[in-house]
Ligand binder design. Sequence first.
Ligand code: NDP
Ligand code: 2IT
Length: 444
Amino acid sequence: MDYVSSVLNELKKKNANEPEFVQAATEILSCLEPVFERHPEYERAGLLERFVEPERVVMFRVPWVDDAGMVRVDRGYRVQFNSAIGPYKGGLRFHPSVDLSIIKFLGIEQVLKNSLTGLPIGGGKGGSDFDPKGKSEGEIMRFCQSFMTELYRHLGQDADVPAGDIGVGSREIGYLFGQYKRIRGEHVGVLTGRGLSYGGSLVRKEATGYGLVYMVEEALGHRGDSLKGKRVIVSGSGNVAIYACEKALSLGAKVVAMYDSDGYIADMGGIDLAVIKQIKEVERGRIREYAERVKGASYHEGCRGIWNIPCDIALPCATQNEIDLHSAKALIKNGVKLIGEGANMPTTLEAIEAFRKAGVVFLPAKAANAGGVATSALEMAQSSGRMFWTFEEVDAKLRSIMSGIYRSMDEAAREYSLDGDYVAGANIAGFCKVADAMMAQGVV
Ligand code: NDP
Ligand code: 2IT
């Protein structure tokens, strides 16, 4: 058996109870065989065994007191996956589904994504199974403070720099930062996604969604096409979804459907984003309210049905495994031309294969959603340089980074005669830089 397959088999045995981590690792490793054929020296160096094993996993108790005076306990995680290229960097997720498997899959993806940005950031991820839904402001703050009271000792502006992810937005980053600063007595760039009044960067809020759409526009442009007049489905209605929607609309597309975890809205005339922002960002409400406020829109319980709506472009921006084989078949049947992954691993392995066979352009998460972490790295640069760039400056850098990522994955795919296979291209291009840095640093 070849080296890559034997490492993957061992990984599956060792992590049999971590299905999401096994899924992400399978996708990555199944693209890397040609790299190892060119670099036989990697096997002797145990490079792949080291690459798939996180440098460190921290798991901790997060006790907090609810509004009724009851003590609650959640579980916290930080997986410091790989620091070959730079300090660990990656978001924190607060969602009841969070477990070690989810954090490790997000961590290994982050290592390659951060490498693709071309910026000096390693990969990490963290979070908790704390459920922010239905909690009061006070409960959210006390949870964040307790979480940071343990996590702070593992962080540092040159060691590990978290940011947001599902359930962690600007409010939570504020509470986490306040507690870090209080414990350490240092006002430094140890978290990104901070508010603009205390060290944040312009464009960070919009960056993941905007970056995704910049890459979609670039991929269409190379095919003599554009977003103008395209029907787009954007799943989710959180940070990534809202700003993907905003940029797609500004480039002339029509967004026809979105969802939250309860159900989806369809508005074939084109979604009114101002109403979505009011419900989601201001009121923290449910998406069903959109159909109550906008004439002609409909609401449907459950999420999966969204993929039966005819569209030209699908942008899954909610969570892992949103598009399974069944949904992929429906999208293909309705003539979808391009999938751009805003969420992390939103497409199952079988669905990716179906899109590949059908010739659908597929922009994988680690490339397509890298605009968020790239802008986080720009926030780190501004913090340490005590600078503040304008919106236009940061946006121009984001655009150029997304374009660079598209070029690297496209070129890597061509170099290995896999033209247009961006899953392979992104994995190979991301991995090669990490491998080079790891080889240079010896057995660590
Ligand atoms: P948010 O918490 O802002 O929004 C998440 C959205 O997805 C909400 O609409 C939420 O609905 C929905 N959602 C979450 N879980 C499920 C589920 N199990 N089924 C259906 N819908 C669900 O998170 P973000 O927008 O920040 O993150 C979205 C995705 O993008 C994640 O995969 C994240 O890892 C990825 N990502 C985020 C980046 C960032 O900068 N924030 C950067 C790169 C990737 P509800 O409110 O009902 O739970
Ligand atoms: O998945 C991701 O890239 C993020 N959640 C953003 C990470 C970051 O450090 O900005």
